[in-house]
Each structure stands twice: as C-alpha cells, then as structure tokens.
Unconditional design. Structure first.
Length: 230
C-alpha cells in the first residue's frame, strides 16, 4: 500500500510539474514597425496613435477583457509611482484610463493633472512589472513593444508593441511585450489601502520563481495584454 501511495504521489507531482512547465504556451513573436505606427488608431500626420485601450486577454479567467488601471504609491522624498493593474472585479461605471503612443513610447493619461505618463516594464528579471515611474531597480527598464501576436526587440528604456502566434497559429490583434516576449503573469494582491487587483509581470528570460524554480508564482496565471483603439 505504501508503494502504491508513493507511486501515486510521484505521478501527481510529475503531472503538476508538467502542467506548470506548459503553463506558458509556445509563442512566436513578430515585432510591428518601430515608433507608433504599429499601434491602432495611428495618425500619420501627428505620429501619435490613440486613443487606446489596454486589456487582459486569453487568461482563461473571468478577468479576460478587464481594462488596466493605475495603482499609485508614494515615493520616498515625494513623487508618485505605481503599477498598471487589472482589478479583481471590473467597475463598469469607473472612468476609463486612456492610453496612446507618442514619441515611440506607450503612455497613459493618469489622474495626476491628466498628464501623459510613460509606461515601462521594470524590475529584476523575475519581476519586470508593468508600471510607471518605478523606483530605481537592479535591472534596466524594458522598452515595451507592440506585436501582432509575435514580438521581438531589444531592451530599452520605454515600451512598444508586437503581434504573435500561439503554437504556430497566428492570433489577431496587437499585443504588448518586450525582449521577444508577449506573455505576462498575473499576480493577485489584496491590501486595505488599494483593494484587490492583479499586477502583471513579464514572463521573460529568468522569470521563474526564485524560491521554487517553477515558471509561475503560486496562484499566478498567464495571459496577454491586448491593445485596441477606442
């Protein structure tokens, strides 16, 4: 009986490991043109693309289609920074955050005086989070890119877009990514001050959980950030 139990435990562990290993599908990323021309609603006269909407896509969860909103923090010495996140529950009556691409940079019109804030993916290789004004961190910021489901570019100091194919099947739309990656991990957070939300981290090179060595954090699920015109 002990032997059977051991085999079942071992088989279950192997299945869980295989499931986690395949949690991130095989993505072929194809970069769209540099600058803002790859974004929807591009105006050739101004070189600006917008207004834009960013939403979670292909998560396999209720959060599919949830629009990104900012979560602010206060930096030491003043100023604000924060993450672009999706809420745990979408508020359909809330004012929508508007995005655009200008000067080869993805920007969001945040509450701070309605100024356009450049967006970045920054942090350590394991936690390159989607946000703005993130404090200085060990890794350089990734320049976000656009792809038509496929994205490949080199790290820079801002953001861009891509297109991609999943398991060889082209996917319609424009998606956000960096360093040849358009897959993001969504991580649940719940704080008294900010409520429940999911922050997004780029599942790029060396993004596995440092403690477990697994590709995803506990409770993390994968998806894409889709860009559409409003």
């Amino acid at each position: 009986m002990g032997r059977i139990s051991y085999l079942l435990t071992k088989a279950t562990a192997a299945l869980i490991s295989a499931t986690l290993a395949s949690a991130t599908p095989n993505i072929t990323v194809t970069p769209l043109p540099s600058g803002c021309a790859g974004y929807p609603n591009y105006d050739n006269a101004t070189g600006i693309a917008g207004p834009l909407r960013l939403a979670a896509d292909s998560t396999g969860r209720d959060q599919d289609g949830y629009k990104f909103i900012p979560k602010f923090a206060i930096a030491v010495g003043g100023g604000s920074w924060g993450f672009m996140v999706i809420p745990a529950t979408q508020n359909e009556t809330a004012e929508e955050i508007v995005f655009r691409c200008a000067n080869d940079t993805l920007q969001a019109q945040l509450d701070t005086g309605k100024q356009w804030q450049p967006l970045i993916a920054a942090g350590t290789p394991g936690e390159a989070a989607f946000g703005f004004n993130l404090p200085d961190l060990p890794d350089p910021n990734y320049h976000l890119e656009t792809c038509n489901f496929p994205c490949s570019r080199i790290p820079r100091s801002v953001a861009n877009t891509n297109s991609h194919a999943i398991e060889g099947v082209p996917q319609p739309g424009v998606f956000l990514g960096a360093v040849n990656v358009t897959t993001w991990g969504f991580n649940y957070q719940n704080f008294t001050e900010t409520g429940e939300y999911y922050y997004a981290r780029l599942l790029g090179p060396n993004s596995q959980n440092r403690a477990t060595g697994k590709p995803l954090n506990p409770g993390e699920f994968t998806g894409y950030i889709k860009i559409t015109g409003i």
